[in-house]
Design a protein around this ligand. Structure first.
Ligand SMILES: *[C@@H]1O[C@H](CO)[C@@H](O)[C@H](O)[C@H]1NC(C)=O
Ligand SMILES: *[C@@H]1O[C@H](CO)[C@@H](O)[C@H](O)[C@H]1NC(C)=O
Ligand SMILES: *[C@@H]1O[C@H](CO)[C@@H](O)[C@H](O)[C@H]1NC(C)=O
Ligand SMILES: *[C@@H]1O[C@H](CO)[C@@H](O)[C@H](O)[C@H]1NC(C)=O
Ligand SMILES: *[C@@H]1O[C@H](CO)[C@@H](O)[C@H](O)[C@H]1NC(C)=O
Ligand SMILES: *[C@@H]1O[C@H](CO)[C@@H](O)[C@H](O)[C@H]1NC(C)=O
Length: 452
């Protein structure tokens, strides 16, 4: 008779319906004191905070098994937290599968509607990270390369850029030198940036140095990390809950910075801001806090054990750019053709506009594509001069560049066919010349004759 109410309470918690936080906490606490994850120097008992937050997050799941706008963050947090053996309550594997399906449906809708509702880089990064956390490859999402799309859209804002790069790196995609340089620039001028931007940049760089080819960058993390750690406020936080959660993940296990901040105080800051029902304001922020309070934050995604040995995965990175069928069958002699579009626009006001679709083997240079286009349609006739570093296109469709009038041909690589009513921004100008630009499925190229 005495045990009955407790048992009922536990089963309700397991289904996410608990209203009775006190009972739930006391029913779990015996197990927690024996957790082996905690180092002795840390605060005793952050656990009830984690449990109450988890229980609340689960109650917020909707009938479709998602969390409205916060599905990717919630799925990421629940998935990563499940790697910490003390974490409870957790959704059952079947519930997690249903949420993961809902996540995929949301991505499909996002991709489907991207002409009406543009996909922002942070949104795409959230979904890509959630897929990686679930051990799905966001580069091969039902034939869509979400990471390729993210990298084509180089984000204007440093925070979005760092987030997108973290998502790319976490999926073990290749991060370009230019992107690494931009992250290092942000890190080296940390004082001029917001705390969340610096924390996200450090997370992205810490992911990048896990790649053996970039280990030499490890030393460049020291100063920005210390500078970030020193921004801790007297109340233990880093300005607000979100910044504190992100900073704790960025500085997680970072020995160089340990003596410059007080982790216990940061945890207390977070704990003191938990709502009575276990929430941290909303599902998204609750997910961020969960990642900060456990050992598996955003920085741990790249190294998740997804049942593949590291050797296999590294090999996969080396052949980055090969198709799914190649990586599955290991058949390098099979060359897949890809289809791209090539558009010409003339004038800053776009008085001429024409587009060709071209099919060619993947990895063909854009210069060769231009030659094919010229044969298909004389409108695409061009002239280029040869330089030691490659071809320089000065004339296309009968228009020659006019340096005196600042009229030049600018080449863009875009994630969609360019739309004259929404011309692309300058950061989408192709990073390399026509010879070094290699085509891939889903690429859209635009040569635009415009006044600079
Ligand atoms: C860290 O913060 C905690 C809680 O605010 C405090 O008790 C402790 O003395 C601090 N540690 C150091 C080394 O300042
Ligand atoms: C793409 O082409 C370049 C040079 O043409 C070559 O070095 C590289 O290995 C190719 N990559 C793939 C994935 O085929
Ligand atoms: C690779 O593909 C080519 C052409 O599709 C085929 O002739 C060859 O037998 C394949 N090799 C292997 C090892 O599958
Ligand atoms: C381009 O459009 C703007 C405003 O629509 C107009 O003022 C300008 O004269 C146009 N330029 C050319 C070269 O047609
Ligand atoms: C440009 O081309 C696209 C597709 O061919 C067409 O839909 C659009 O109306 C054209 N825009 C202009 C301004 O000519
Ligand atoms: C790929 O395209 C080339 C022409 O560019 C064509 O000759 C070849 O048959 C195509 N291969 C496949 C598998 O479609």
């Amino acid at each position: 008779m005495v045990y009955l109410p407790l048992i009922v309470a536990i089963s309700l918690v397991a289904f996410g319906y608990s209203q009775d936080i006190e009972l739930q906490t006391s029913s779990y606490s015996p197990r927690l004191t024996t957790g082996s994850f905690r180092s002795t120097s840390e605060t005793p008992d952050p656990d009830s905070t984690i449990q109450r937050a988890l229980a609340w997050l689960i109650t917020q799941r909707d009938v479709a098994w998602g969390w409205r706008n916060d599905t990717p963050k919630a799925v990421t947090a629940l998935q990563l937290v499940s790697h910490d053996d003390f974490a409870a309550p957790l959704p059952t594997p079947v519930e997690m599968q249903l949420s993961s399906k809902e996540l995929e449906i949301e991505i499909v809708i996002l991709l489907w509607r991207h002409h009406e509702v543009p996909i922002t880089p942070p949104k795409l990064a959230q979904y890509a990270l959630a897929l990686s956390a679930l051990c799905h490859d966001p580069r091969q999402f039902h034939g869509h390369d979400l990471i390729g799309a993210l990298q084509h859209h180089e984000a204007v804002h440093d925070l979005d850029f760092a987030y997108a790069t973290l998502a790319a790196c976490s999926s073990r995609a290749h991060v370009r030198k230019k992107q690494i340089r931009r992250l290092l620039d942000i890190a080296n001028t940390a004082k001029d940036h917001n705390i969340d931007t610096v924390a996200m940049t450090i997370l992205a760089l810490r992911c990048i140095v896990k790649d053996h080819r970039h280990r030499n960058l490890q030393h460049s993390l020291r100063r920005p990390s210390i500078s970030l750690a020193r921004q801790q406020q007297p109340d233990g936080g880093f300005g607000n809950l979100y910044n504190t959660a992100l900073t704790m993940q960025a500085l997680h296990d970072m020995t160089e910075a340990t003596s410059h901040w007080n982790k216990t105080a940061a945890k207390s800051y977070i704990e003191s801001r938990q709502d009575p029902d276990g929430a941290f304001t909303d599902p998204g922020l609750t997910a961020d806090v969960l990642l900060a309070l456990t050992n598996h934050g955003l920085g741990s995604i790249r190294n998740l054990d997804c049942g593949k040995s590291d050797g296999e995965i590294e090999n996969h990175v080396e052949i980055d750019g090969l198709t799914k069928s190649l990586s599955v069958h290991g058949n390098d002699s099979e060359i897949r053709n890809v289809t791209i579009t090539y558009t010409l626009w003339v004038g800053s006001n776009i008085t001429e506009n024409c587009t060709l679709a071209i099919t060619a083997p993947r990895n063909t240079s854009f210069y060769s594509v231009m030659q094919m286009a010229m044969e298909l349609d004389p409108h695409f006739t061009f002239e280029a001069s040869e330089w030691p570093n490659g071809h320089y296109v000065h004339t296309l469709a009968g228009y020659k560049e006019e340096p005196m009038g600042y009229n030049y041909w600018l080449l863009y690589r875009l994630p969609e066919v360019p739309d004259p009513s929404a011309p692309p921004a300058n950061q989408l100008v192709a990073p390399v010349g026509v010879d070094d630009l290699l085509i891939d499925e889903g690429d859209h190229y635009l040569f635009w004759y415009k006044k600079l």
